[in-house]
Design a protein around this ligand. Structure first.
Ligand code: XLS
Ligand code: CA
Ligand code: CA
Length: 435
């Protein structure tokens, strides 16, 4: 059965088309800077927002109209696999991501949950083999169930810690079965409500122990996906341990995890932390740790994690510029960790929303490629740091100076000329790349 009988495979029809079920900018086989758009963008669809999100909010009941509900939770889960792969194929998205609980019902025991996961991931594997669609990453939901009220690997309760370990072990087994490229750890409830009852150092040591056990298990089963840590500053906990890219890197480096971990960076988490998305991507690049991205956007007027589909070309251009400067995002990808608005409740809105996100990233890619080709930002930056390419600046960079020699130099050169950045001009010229 087709779950979207009225929707054909989405094709590129160019900016002039009036067909809403067509790409206006994403042309998968178009070559940009030597690679196809498909290779640059590595689009992924998120199981949770697309298949299980129901449109409810703290004030209202579900609004989403969906046609895949069956008589039992397992029947629904099986239907979802078919519907999901129909979406992936029709969109031409080559990757997907899921939490364990998104794909299979929890059942009445951990054993039953695992059995459900085995059955459903067999179906997923068959679909992957049939279509060539690949698993960008999977992860474990260790935050929704009440047992995780105080976190998972940071929980004060060792039984919860053990339960979480069992879930991640299963997640890695599934990653091996499905050939997962990455495996994500988002902190969920790893953080705290109040320092009054929290031993932060102990909790972080425990999380590091947990990660080391995960690495050891992956090595043991001979399947090591790229591990990714996903920062977020708040929600659900008041204070999340992996606040932002820099905080997550401090954790990774403190515990010597840099050989196994990179970052999965989400746009909305960046803005919640008070950063731009490009700031977070740039921080990750400074540590050679840009792993993958969760593509979405927040609302500037709202201080929470709205996970909207990305439609802001300014943001996607600057994000794609960072990705191009990184030499690409593989083995990571661009995962739409984004949900349709509560008011976009028709099932076909799932297509319209993904098309909007894919077109917005395609526009970002095209603009960023032009910026790179023209050396627009590269020249501005090169010129701005030119004083380090000769004379005293070059000697500083070559580590040939010390405080005494610099003081001697400064005493002779204290009539310093400062130069304007002309930032308004830069921003105005940047606009020419966007529209
Ligand atoms: C929640 C996170 C989550 C992770 C995966 O805010 O974005 O969805 O990406 O657990
Ligand atoms: Ca995310
Ligand atoms: Ca989010």
């Amino acid at each position: 059965m087709a779950y979207f009988p009225n929707i054909e495979k989405i094709k590129y029809e160019g900016p002039k088309t009036d067909n809403p079920f067509a790409f206006r900018h994403y042309n998968p086989d178009e070559v940009i800077l030597g690679k196809t758009m498909k290779e640059h963008l590595r689009f992924s669809v998120a199981y949770w927002h697309t298949m299980t999100q129901d449109g409810s909010d703290p004030f209202g009941l579900p609004t989403n109209q969906r046609n895949w509900f069956g008589a039992t939770p397992m029947e629904t889960a099986r239907n979802r696999v078919d519907a999901f792969f129909e979406i992936l194929e029709k969109l031409g998205a080559e990757y997907f991501c899921f939490h364990d609980i998104d794909v299979a019902p929890a059942g009445d025991s951990l054993e039953e949950f695992f059995a459900n996961l085995d059955e459903i991931t067999d179906l997923i594997k068959a679909k992957m083999d049939e279509t060539g669609i690949k698993l960008l990453w999977n992860t474990a939901n260790m935050f929704s169930h009440p047992r995780f009220v105080n976190g998972a690997a940071s929980s004060n309760n060792a039984e919860v810690y053990a339960y979480a370990a069992a879930q991640v072990k299963k997640g890695l087994d599934i990653s091996k079965k499905l050939g997962g490229k990455n495996y994500v750890f988002w902190g969920g409830r790893e953080g705290y409500e109040s320092l009054l009852n929290t031993d932060m150092g102990f909790e972080q040591d425990n999380i590091a122990r947990f990660f080391k056990m995960a690495i050891a298990y992956a090595e043991k089963i001979g399947h090591k996906p790229q591990f990714l840590l996903e920062p977020k500053p708040k929600e659900p906990m008041k204070h999340q341990y992996d606040f932002d890219a820099a905080t997550a890197m401090a954790f990774i480096l403190k515990y010597g995890l840099e050989g196994d971990f990179k970052l999965n960076l989400e746009a909305n988490h960046a803005t919640l932390a008070g950063h731009t998305f490009e700031h977070e991507l740039n921080v990750a690049r400074c540590y050679d740790a840009l792993g993958s991205i969760d593509a979405n956007q927040g609302d500037v007027l709202l201080g929470w994690d709205t996970d909207e589909f990305p439609t802001n070309i300014y943001d996607t251009t600057l994000a794609m510029y960072e990705i191009l400067e990184n030499g690409g995002i593989a083995p990571g990808g661009i995962n739409f960790d984004a949900k349709v608005r509560r008011t976009s409740f028709e099932q076909d809105d799932l297509f319209l929303a993904h098309i909007a996100g894919m077109d917005t990233f395609a526009r970002g890619l095209k603009a960023a490629a032009k910026i790179k080709e023209d050396r627009f930002l590269a020249d501005i930056r090169e010129k701005r740091y030119a004083s380090y390419t000769e004379g005293i600046g070059k000697k500083i960079v070559d580590n040939q100076e010390d405080f005494e020699s610099l003081t001697a130099y400064a005493l002779d050169h204290d009539d310093i000329k400062i130069v304007s950045n002309h930032l308004e001009l830069v921003k105005s010229e940047l606009n020419d790349y966007l529209v």
